[in-house]
Design a protein around this ligand. Structure first.
Ligand code: ADP
Ligand code: MG
Ligand code: ZN
Length: 483
């Protein structure tokens, strides 16, 4: 029997706000432990929360980017549980009135792992269940003989995005998370840095016989903090579940954890341990009416990476793969748009950006915003090629010099005497010289071997030290040979 995997993700995203969710402490990664705290985020008795509206707006913005329905009124609830890194013994979250419901995300082709591009199913759309807002908990550290808790993270705004069980493979889960991360970066919602724990996810996975409608028993793998780890953990878990069923065994609904070093998942707790969170409306916070500000947030919705890619391909004639590279980095795509502003040869600009600019930036260890070549300067370089003043291979050379010195293209071209010769008289003379010196080839051409013209073009180019305009040389030779 063949089995298929069914996967649903619960993605936690730390929002990029100046302050925490219910107090005025700074929301900042990497500060010295317990230096960003107050009675509210320490959970001291009697302290009162004040909602951070910027965080609620970011959740709505995410919902708008992902096509969700935004609740006219949302509210906060208390989720009770005991946790050493949550001293008040409840977390403020959203239960029955989350900020966003429904919506979904189309996975981008370039989001799949490089080695799995063959497995790409085009245009996969993953539906969402909901997006809600909660507060993050503090962070525990375990030392040799003691444990420590850092409350800097306690009470920072955390958004949870829950997908429908629409994903079908570890590679698809990887790609969904990569596309989602890019969308979050485009919206400025989060820095979404998995290494800093700004994007974490719980993976729910089950298997079922191919063709069966009903979902199998699911296992939840908790707290994954790398996209490639998600792929590995799911691959392991799907294999384990499939083997179990093939061997006539039964699966139990449980929570497991992924051990990266062991390359395996291990049981943490079963369903009988499922928590009863005893949710109830948070009495210290009023419900939030979204209508009052939703239109302002709507104006902040950016063009999404997939739409931008389609526009680059359709309107700017950029190749599909170049467009994919450009939109994968919002700042790079912005840079490209500035460079093509006054240029007709948008493809030429895309090629220089994707190949030459990225190569030089990589070698210099710089980001695109630190590029010593301004986008307009690259546009001017491409304009020189378009006008036939330099060839495209000369343009590449000039670009390297521009990157090294920060000087303008026209200046370098003049100084190096690179200027392409497009003067009809000069080219005519060079052609005559080559025709005279190559009587046997001319005879061959006249006898019908038209291909041999290429040899003559090459010789004229050599004679001109590569400066002659090749298209003109070709045309002049054809004319002189009466072809
Ligand atoms: P729970 O109440 O256990 O948290 P939910 O029904 O709320 O479960 O779903 C949580 C996540 O698990 C969602 O992302 C959902 O898509 C996914 N999920 C639910 N059932 C299954 C299943 N049988 N197999 C895989 N994923 C599932
Ligand atoms: Mg869950
Ligand atoms: Zn605080």
């Amino acid at each position: 029997m063949n089995y298929e995997a069914v996967i649903g993700l619960e993605v936690h995203v730390q929002l990029r706000t100046r302050t925490k969710m219910f107090c005025g402490c700074e929301n900042e990664f990497g500060a010295a432990p317990n230096t960003r705290t107050c009675p509210v985020c320490l959970g001291l008795p009697g302290a009162l929360p004040t909602p951070n509206h910027a965080a609620i707006h970011l959740v709505a913005l995410t919902g708008l980017m992902l096509g969700c329905e935004i609740a006219p009124r949302c509210k906060f609830d208390r989720k009770s549980y005991f946790y050493p890194d949550m001293p008040k013994n409840y977390q403020i979250s959203q239960y029955d009135l989350p900020t966003c419901r429904g919506g979904g995300l189309e996975i981008m082709r370039e989001s799949y792992p490089k080695d799995a591009q063959k497995k790409v199913v085009a245009g996969r759309y993953i539906r969402l269940v909901r997006i809600h807002l909660e507060e993050d908990v503090a962070k525990s550290f375990h030392f040799e003989t003691a444990s420590g808790i850092d409350f800097n993270r306690a009470g920072t705004p955390l958004m949870e995005i829950v997908t429908m069980p629409d994903l079908r493979s570890p590679e698809e889960a990887f790609a969904f998370l990569s596309t989602l991360k890019l969308v979050l970066l485009y919206g400025g919602v989060s820095d979404a840095d998995m290494e800093k724990g700004q994007l974490r996810c719980d993976c729910n996975v089950s298997v079922r016989p191919v063709g069966q409608e009903e979902l199998g028993t699911k296992v939840e793998i908790k707290n994954m903090n790398s996209i490639s780890g998600v792929r590995r953990a799911l691959a392991y878990e799907i294999e384990r579940q499939t083997e179990m069923l093939r061997g006539g065994g039964r699966l139990t609904q449980e929570t497991r954890r992924w051990d990266e070093a062991a390359g395996a998942t291990f049981a943490m707790r079963g369903k009988e341990m499922a928590h009863d969170y005893r949710y109830f409306p948070e009495p210290d916070l009023l419900p939030v009416d979204t209508a009052a500000w939703l239109d302002d947030v709507r104006r902040r919705v950016p063009e999404l990476p997939l739409a931008r890619k389609r526009r680059f391909v359709e309107m700017l004639k950029v190749s599909d793969s170049n467009a994919g590279v450009l939109v994968a980095d919002c700042a790079l795509a912005d840079w490209f748009e500035k460079a093509v502003k006054d240029v007709t040869n948008t493809q030429g600009v895309a090629n220089l950006v994707v190949n030459d600019l990225l190569r030089e930036l990589g070698a210099a260890g710089k980001g695109v915003t630190e590029s010593p070549v301004a986008p307009e300067a690259l546009g001017a370089l491409v304009a020189l090629t378009d006008a036939g003043r330099i060839s495209s291979s000369q343009a590449k050379e000039v670009f390297v010099e521009m990157f090294r010195t920060g000087r303008a293209a026209a200046e370098i071209v003049t100084e190096r005497g690179l200027e392409q010769v497009s003067d009809a008289g000069a080219i005519g003379k060079l052609c005559d010289e080559v025709l005279e010196g190559n009587a046997p080839i001319v005879v061959q051409i006249r006898a019908g071997n038209a291909k041999a013209v290429g040899n003559l073009v090459g010789q004229v180019m050599k004679l001109s030290k590569g400066k002659a305009n090749p298209a003109m040389v070709n045309a002049v030779l054809h004319r002189k040979l009466g072809l």
